[in-house]
Design a protein. Structure first.
Length: 344
């Protein structure tokens, strides 16, 4: 199923994007990591095609871990019966991974809160000890903090989001979320923004081939949200400052271009809720890149700020509430792309 849901050619491009952003190590094999996740990290699952649920276990007994896993997967079955997971779950290749992760956070957060409440109501101290011992033997991570955080986000942040809804309006509010799905990881991380219907803004970019040359081809485009921005900033900044700089996200887009020789260009375009929040992010992003590359941005009259580190150059520009970050083989190339995006 890995090849069906994550086609190798798409994974290969996504691997280049994640490496270009510094989110995974250069020697990490993304396809192998995805395979490892689905074969080693799973305790159970509900199949919305066959409407069967399965528990992966070394014993036939319904021990504490199997019981909690069943509570979690039965919740998914109930979600399907009441809200049709096929209509709720994101389609592969939607072009909005941020929204898809937010929807998954609702689904997994709901099941996680339910299995926790089930355990609290029906399981005793011996079961709690058994669960603790089982968790200590859980599979290790995927060799990347970003991938690990991406996998845990729907369960950890999702359960916090669902708990907020439940505390605010009971299970009726949780059920109601399936009729008004969260639209961004920002809404999951800041549930008040979901309640207030603070929806993400659409960000459009021009065809950068006019600035790069006709031989440059767009191979990837997606929405980039607060979760990913936090992870990018966190590569070079303390978590607290990274989180503060990522707040105020209003919308974002990422584009990836490649030329016939394999040279790569990444363009991040971000829109913030206010100009002051754009200022805060721009300064934080510059500090993060400088920390990661052990280099400094250069400010020359008539030029956009640029940084050159080995075979990679970074160009940053801000105009009002918009920020553009370009990673390119040469600073001049990145500057042309940034000026085209911002209309400079």
């Amino acid at each position: 199923e890995v090849d069906e849901f994550y086609p190798p050619d798409e994974l290969a491009v996504e691997e280049k994007v994640l490496k270009g952003l510094g989110l995974i190590d250069e020697d990490l094999d993304l396809a192998a990591s995805a395979q490892q996740l689905l074969t080693e990290g799973i305790l159970g699952y509900y199949d919305d095609d066959t409407r069967e649920l399965k528990v992966i276990s070394e014993t036939d007994e319904i021990d504490a871990m199997n019981e909690v896993t069943l509570a979690h997967e039965i919740t998914h079955a109930l979600q399907d019966q009441n809200f049709s997971l096929r209509q709720v779950l994101p389609d592969e290749g939607s072009g909005n991974d941020d929204r898809d992760l937010a929807v998954l956070a609702l689904i997994e957060g709901d099941a996680t809160v339910t299995d926790q409440e089930y355990a609290a109501m029906h399981m005793g101290l011996d079961d709690a000890v058994s669960l603790l011992l089982a968790s200590m033997n859980a599979p290790v991570g995927m060799g990347s903090s970003y991938l690990d955080d991406s996998i845990s986000f729907p369960y950890l942040e999702g359960s916090a989001f669902v708990s907020f809804l439940k505390d605010t309006g009971g299970w009726e509010a949780v059920n109601g979320a399936y009729g008004r799905l969260p639209q961004s990881t920002e809404q999951i991380m800041h549930p008040r923004k979901y309640i207030e219907n603070d929806s993400p803004l659409s960000v459009e970019t021009p065809d950068l081939s006019t600035a790069l040359g006709a031989d440059w081809q767009p191979l990837y485009e997606n929405v980039i949200g607060e979760f990913d921005i936090l992870e990018i900033l966190g590569n070079g900044l303390p978590r607290g400052r990274a989180a503060a700089a990522a707040e105020g996200w209003g919308g974002g887009r990422i584009d990836y271009y490649e030329d016939p020789s394999g040279r790569q260009l990444l363009a991040l375009v971000l829109l913030w809720d206010s100009e002051s929040e754009a200022d805060q992010f721009t300064l934080a992003m510059a500090d993060s890149i400088e920390q990661q590359t052990d280099s400094a941005f250069v400010f020359l009259e008539g030029r956009l700020p640029f940084l050159e580190a080995g075979f990679q150059s970074w160009v940053m520009a801000q105009r009002g509430r918009s920020t553009v970050i370009i990673s390119a083989p040469e600073a001049e190339l990145g500057e042309r792309a940034a000026r085209l995006i911002l209309g400079l």
